[in-house]
Design a protein around this ligand. Structure first.
Ligand code: NZQ
Ligand code: ZN
Length: 381
């Protein structure tokens, strides 16, 4: 195990009715002005917005509405939120949504406290914000685990870069599986695949032998696959959705990352693909993962064999990667670039740009060359 410091910042309330039961108390210690942040409108259609607004107002809060946070949130949207938060003297930001809303709020919370350009500060000066408006999250679509960590993934449209930024973790996260009931089937499955991807990305990094995080990562992978299979049969299986909601948080709350090196190369490629195409995150990962693993399978043969046996109940490393590819098909997730919803046509030229601009993980099983990344992407055409 490598050296680490681990502190856990987020209090979690899980279960049906958790918002009604806990939100008022969870937010009571913060100031009066609460920014209620949400996405493209699903929470207005399914009643979640009204329920939360009423709880806040009944608790004596002044609610300042901030909607329209898009999937793959942009740095421009962060600036809009930060200006509003400054103008309204916001005391607390409540993010109600999936990973996109939560991430956008995390960075907004920090940007609202400084006149510096946070992107430049983090990416160029490698300095990270310490002063932030406190925030909390109510999860309405699970998968990213954004509710239990201090990172956020933001798209800088001007620079055509989608990258992770550091911010504060939510003070609390409320996870009610019933709040995800109206999430469209494809998003439920895409989100769950993101969770599977997170556990795989930790596991395929470098770790000491018999490191507990490998064992836990495998357990999360197994549990995620089992519950995704239940959802393939019945998308309204709320017990399976609840199981996946906690898998999602477990996979990205940092506990799997300590004392080891993680991979996350598939994520780096997908984020940059997202910067060019605005594709759905989980779906982009579904396209990239099998191709990436076919490329690195020889660099971690024992790990791939263990993955094959424990997650997919097949014997060899090769069979494990192909079982993953078959599972993606069974989930009816995209398997080719052309199946992704994209704002531009995905051509070899676009993929070359993705390969030339994505982050390269220097450890993982092995650092890839840009040409290898391009070949991986081309094999997904
Ligand atoms: O915008 P609305 O109208 O709310 O619709 C959303 C959106 O279209 C919809 N939705 C959410 N809750 C719903 C619902 N529809 C019906 N009923 C509900 N209850 O779901 C769609 C997708 O939402 P989004 O938040 O974009 O998806 P997801 O949770 O997958 O988040 C994706 C973002 O998170 C980043 C991704 O890169 C991407 O930008 N990630 C964040 C991570 C983190 N901070 O730890 C880790 C991940 O690896 C990931 O990179
Ligand atoms: Zn992810």
């Amino acid at each position: 195990m490598q050296k680490f410091v681990y502190e856990y910042a987020t209090k979690v309330y899980f279960g049906e009715g958790a918002v009604k039961e806990h939100l008022a108390a969870a937010i009571s210690g913060y100031g009066k002005n609460v920014m209620l942040a949400y996405g493209g409108g699903s929470v207005k259609k399914n009643g979640i917005y009204d329920e939360i607004k009423k709880i806040l107002e009944d608790s004596g809060k002044k609610v300042i509405d901030w909607g329209g946070i898009m999937s793959n949130p942009t740095y421009a949207k962060v600036q809009e939120g930060a200006q509003l938060a400054k103008k309204e003297h916001i005391d607390f930001i409540l993010a109600v949504g999936g990973g996109s809303v939560i991430d956008c709020c995390k960075i907004t919370a920090a940007q609202a406290k400084t006149d510096k350009d946070l992107w430049e500060m983090e990416m160029n000066d490698h300095k990270f914000p310490t002063d932030m408006i406190p925030m909390g999250a109510v999860v309405t679509a699970s998968g990213t685990g954004a509710e239990m960590n201090g990172g956020a993934v933001i798209t800088n449209e001007e620079k055509v870069i989608k990258a992770g930024m550091a911010a504060a973790a939510p003070r609390f996260a409320i996870l009610d599986p019933a709040y995800t009931a109206s999430v469209p089937r494809i998003q439920v499955i895409s989100g769950a695949f993101d969770t599977l991807s997170h556990a795989m990305e930790m596991y395929f990094g470098n770790s000491d032998q018999d490191n507990v995080s490998d064992d836990v990562a495998l357990a999360i992978m197994k549990n995620t696959v089992v519950n995704m299979k239940r959802l393939i049969k019945n998308i309204d299986d709320m017990q399976a959705r609840g199981n996946l909601m906690w898998d999602s948080a477990m996979a990205e709350n940092g506990i799997l990352k300590v004392g080891r090196v993680t991979d996350f190369q598939a994520h780096q490629i997908e984020h940059q693909l997202g910067a060019y195409t605005d594709c759905n995150h989980g779906q982009g990962l579904a396209v990239i993962h099998p191709a990436y693993y076919r490329c690195i399978i020889k660099d971690a043969p024992e790990k791939f064999t263990r993955f094959a046996k424990e997650v997919f109940d097949v014997q060899t490393a090769q069979e494990g990667v192909e079982a993953l590819a078959d599972f993606i098909k069974e989930c009816k997730l995209p398997t080719k670039m052309g199946e992704l919803k994209s704002k531009i046509e995905i051509t070899p030229e676009v993929l070359r740009k993705v390969a030339d601009t994505c982050n390269i993980i220097q450890c993982g099983p092995r650092a890839l060359s840009r040409d290898e990344i391009y070949d991986i992407l081309l094999s997904c055409m």
